[in-house]
Design a protein. Structure first.
Length: 133
């Protein structure tokens, strides 16, 4: 693992949440993106080397909508940048962690992503991400 890449926060409404985080972080949202495969709209902020990703469901049945319904708005996941996502997936799987996807998926911010099941990570959804080259 190279470093903490971003923290994902589930929100009900990006239009409401973006100005709040622009004020908190004293920096503008630099990018909005739709991730069709996850039915999620994202908004990114850069603060130092770490990014903050706001996540809004684009569908009432999407994973973020279900998350908010169950747990409310708030911390959704923590993402770590890796050099080789396939090697990290193999390593973590051999250590007994459960991967939520067997192969990397294209995620937001031009990244390959894979998630670790939170049942094996003290309840924290962990994302591995690697820049698509």
């Amino acid at each position: 693992m190279n470093h903490l890449d971003h923290i994902g926060i589930a929100v009900k409404n990006l239009q409401v949440s973006i100005p709040i985080f622009e004020k908190i972080l004293n920096t503008p949202c630099y990018k909005k993106e739709m991730v069709e495969s996850e039915q999620v709209l994202t908004a990114f902020f850069q603060t130092g080397q770490t990014k903050l990703e706001l996540l809004e469901s684009s569908n009432a049945e999407g994973v973020i909508a279900k998350f908010i319904e169950k747990k409310g708005e708030g911390l959704h996941h923590i993402a770590f940048e890796v050099d080789n996502i396939l090697e990290e997936m193999d390593r973590l799987s051999s250590e007994g962690f459960v991967l939520l996807n067997e192969t990397p998926k294209k995620g937001a911010d031009n990244k390959w992503v894979c998630f670790l099941h939170p049942k094996g990570t003290n309840g924290v959804l962990i994302e591995l991400c690697q820049s698509i080259r």
